[in-house]
Design a protein around this ligand. Structure first.
Ligand code: ZN
Length: 136
C-alpha cells in the first residue's frame, strides 16, 4: 500500500564482508548503512566480526573494572587515561589474534597482564607492586 510512497525513504547498505545488500533507513550515511547491513548479515565473516566486537567490549569492561575507575572500589589506584588506552589497544590486538599476551609494569601502581585464554576470552590480571621499605 504505502510501498510507493515509502520508496526513497530507504537506502541500501552492503555487508562489508560478502556484499549482501540490506534495506536500511535513508537517514543513515552510506557508511552507517553498510555498517547496519554488516550487523544484520548472516555470513560467517559478519558473525565472526560480531563475536570479535563482543569480545573487545567485554575486555574493555573488565579493564575498566580492574585498572580503571572500578579499581578504587578495591582500594586500588586507577591507572592514567593513557595507560588505559594502551591496555585497551592491547586487548583489541589480542582479540584480533595479533598478540597472545601482554605484560607491563606501571611504575608506582601495578603490574598488568593480559592473556588470551584460547577459549574466546581474555584473562586480565593486576598485581600490586607497591614496595615499602624502612631501614633504621
Ligand atoms: Zn555478509
Amino acid at each position: 500500500m504505502e510501498n510507493e510512497q515509502e520508496e526513497g525513504r530507504y537506502i541500501r547498505g552492503a555487508c562489508r564482508f560478502c556484499g549482501q545488500m540490506k534495506i536500511v533507513p535513508w537517514s543513515l550515511t552510506q557508511e552507517e548503512a553498510d555498517e547496519k547491513a554488516t550487523e544484520a548479515c548472516d555470513c560467517d565473516d559478519a558473525e565472526w566480526d560480531r563475536k570479535l566486537k563482543e569480545r573487545i567490549r567485554k575486555a574493555k569492561e573488565a579493564l575498566n573494572s580492574v585498572f580503571g575507575p572500578g579499581a578504587a572500589d578495591y582500594g586500588q589506584k586507577p591507572v592514567s587515561e593513557r595507560v588505559m588506552l594502551f591496555l585497551q589497544e592491547a586487548a583489541c590486538l589480542m582479540a584480533e589474534g595479533y598478540v597472545d599476551n601482554v605484560q607491563t609494569d606501571i611504575p608506582g601502581t601495578c603490574r598488568a597482564k593480559l592473556a588470551d585464554t584460547g577459549k574466546g576470552s581474555i584473562k586480565i590480571k593486576r598485581t600490586e607492586t607497591t614496595v615499602r621499605s624502612l631501614e633504621s
